[in-house]
Design a protein. Structure first.
Length: 312
């Protein structure tokens, strides 16, 4: 099949002209770069933070090895250089006074399903910063997909369709749909917490990235259905778009070492944590930066249509 050499066709990013204070080495042809020569810290100067943000807008996910000096507080303070850090809307933070989200395999929190973080609310995070705390000896990689490249590479008729579509996202998503073993007790507990407030939000399937002007797809596992379509049609169409987003050409896969940090632009990516490490222990911690409400190509904004606290 011929491959279109498209990459972020409508980006308005200016080329970097200043002297980069560090090296950025692309990994995938369409997404992902390793950054070398920088020690992440809240004390980085403004130029360095701007250069990281610029590289992030271009490559969508950045990897930094050897950042073991970061503890929880330093990770969060670094994240705050990109905007206001926010706690997860339903899952309690790692500790009081922290807004970090911990994903610990012992507690059944394995994100092995394609998603963009927290799209069940309107102003979902713009950036997530993940630190490898305990990494299994083999496996436990994370994969990211570029949703700007996915949009740009859609056949024109599908792009036109996506341009018109809106989807309902909810945190009460069908997590059981692809599982063949029952939940463990701790997974059930986590689920309950995850949905302690039920959210439903309508997003345009195509949003205009507020910093690059690129069009990106807003999909992933929180999508319940498309507005104006039956469940059956929604499921089929979601699968069709999903196949385009997650094509291997569109992805990059990171083999973690303890102390690595990954930063992704949550407005232009989906990700998937590969759960191939059996009972080995894996812990990652995420700092999350507040994002703005998506705007569709016609200027209409996403909106929350339900927010309901569950009792009992
Ligand atoms: O465990 C991972 O690698 C990614 C987890 C995840 O989905 C997240 O931190 O948002
Ligand atoms: Fe995630």
């Amino acid at each position: 099949m011929p491959e279109l050499p498209t990459l972020a066709a409508e980006s308005t990013l200016a080329p970097v002209t200043s002297n980069e204070p560090f090296q950025v080495r692309p990994i995938g042809g369409r997404i992902g770069a390793e950054v070398r020569g920088v020690t992440l810290s809240a004390d980085l100067d403004d130029d360095a933070v701007a250069a990281i943000n610029h590289a992030l807008l271009e490559h969508k996910v950045l990897f930094f090895r050897g950042q073991s000096h970061l503890d929880d507080a330093a990770q969060e303070a670094f994240a705050a250089r990109f905007g206001e850090t926010v706690a997860h809307p339903t899952v309690p933070s790692l500790s009081s006074g922290s807004r970090l989200l911990e994903l610990d395999s012992k507690h059944g929190t394995r994100a092995n399903s394609w998603h963009t973080d927290v799209t069940f609310v309107d102003a979902y995070p713009k950036i997530s910063i993940l630190r490898g705390v305990v990494i299994p000896p083999a496996g436990g990689d994370t994969v990211w997909a570029n949703t700007a490249a996915a949009y740009a590479n859609l056949p024109e008729v599908l792009r036109d369709l996506a341009d018109k579509l809106w989807a309902l996202h909810s945190n009460a998503y069908d997590y059981a749909a692809t599982r063949n073993v029952p939940d463990t007790e701790s997974e059930r507990e986590y689920r309950k917490q995850f949905t302690s407030t039920l959210y439903e939000t309508e997003h345009p399937v195509v949003r205009v990235h507020p910093e690059t002007g690129e069009r990106t797809l807003v999909l992933g596992h929180f999508v319940q259905r498309f507005i104006g379509l039956s469940q059956r049609d929604s499921d089929r169409l979601a699968e069709l778009f999903h196949d385009h987003v997650t094509r291997l050409e569109n992805t990059v896969r990171w083999r973690w070492t303890q102390g690595d940090v990954a930063i992704w632009d949550n407005r232009a990516t989906q990700h998937y944590a590969v759960a191939d490490y059996a009972d080995a222990h894996r812990v990652v911690r995420r700092a999350t930066v507040h994002g703005d409400v998506p705007v569709g190509i016609d200027g209409r904004k996403s909106r929350i249509v339900k927010q309901e606290t569950r009792t009992a």
